[in-house]
Design a protein around this ligand. Structure first.
Ligand SMILES: [Zn+2]
Length: 295
């Protein structure tokens, strides 16, 4: 049985697959700030499937290399722990662990909006901002699997502090948690990103327009560097950037894109739960070099 687990900032979504289809799935809230609680919630999500896994693929919202997690900024855990080894010990099978946005673009490239592209970028605007790159027909990992950490690209000198330990990171300005922080800083109430982006109130609209514009500029800067054929956008905030605030996003994009970059295809993710599907592809893949960090 192939099991995939998508560890998100708010929920852990597990599923077991047979012949490329989801047979059963489970969702549990993600505990924050405790490594032990997180690990036990992941095990609970796997055990709830009542399957005996032959291979497990896990994606996490953070920094991971060779099965070891080095930090999950949006879950409040910045300590290193060996997630693949812990799960492998428990379930006695292969465990692959990868960053969730790398899983997102892997799935969108294999089965979704970037299918057939030789060069593609995935950018997920969720609680944070994640990224993944396909270069010359291959997923790109970098020297220590940290390539395409777009959310931590510095866009402001001495800018807002980020849970990663840095300052002025892209995700502090255009992610869900970034929007919430900027809105409060501007004198707004404690609202969720969804409420701010959906509101007709003046301050909320002004913050939303501005964050969509910055998201467009950041996306163009990345397109200028990677020159992809297709950029796939995902995450909970992307609906507003590709919908209500699309004009502001595209204004930001075209203001920063180089002449030959302006026509880059920008698409919304086609798959539901793309990161979970990416985790499934990790579990299913026989190749040792497809965005994977094995125990
Ligand atoms: Zn950061």
């Amino acid at each position: 049985m192939l099991v995939a687990v998508d560890v998100g900032a708010t929920k852990i979504h597990s599923a077991y697959f047979s012949s490329g289809k989801i047979v059963s799935q489970a969702r549990f809230p993600t505990p924050h700030k405790s490594k032990a609680a997180l690990l036990s919630a992941i095990k609970k999500a796997i055990s709830a499937l009542h399957a005996t896994p032959s291979s497990i693929g896990v994606c996490v919202p953070g920094f991971v290399h060779k099965g070891i997690v080095y930090g999950l900024p949006n879950i409040g855990i910045m300590r290193k722990f060996s997630l693949a080894a812990e799960l492998s010990k428990e379930y006695k099978c292969k465990v692959s662990v990868q960053n969730d946005s790398k899983c997102f673009i892997l799935a969108e490239w294999k089965k979704g909006a970037a299918k057939g592209a030789q060069n593609a970028l995935g950018i997920t605007f969720g609680s944070g901002i994640g990224g993944g790159a396909i270069i010359n027909g291959k997923p790109y990992e970098g020297a220590s699997n940290q390539a395409a950490e777009f959310g931590h690209m510095k866009i402001q000198i001495m800018g807002i502090k980020c849970p990663c330990g840095g300052f002025g990171c892209f995700e502090r300005y255009s992610s869900g948690s970034g929007i919430e922080g900027i809105f409060r800083h501007a004198g707004g109430k404690r609202l969720s990103a969804k409420e701010i982006l959906g509101s007709k109130e003046r301050l909320a609209v002004s913050v939303s327009k501005n964050t969509a514009f910055i998201a467009g500029i950041g996306t163009a800067s990345l397109a200028n560097i990677f020159n992809p054929q297709t950029i796939v956008l995902g995450g909970s905030v992307c609906g507003a950037y590709m919908g209500k605030y699309k004009r502001n996003f595209l204004k930001g994009f075209s203001s920063a894109a180089l002449p030959l970059i302006k026509n880059t295809k920008i698409r919304k993710a086609r798959l539901q739960n793309a990161s979970l599907w990416g985790a499934y592809l990790l579990a299913a893949s026989a190749s040792p070099n497809v965005f994977r960090s094995r125990s």
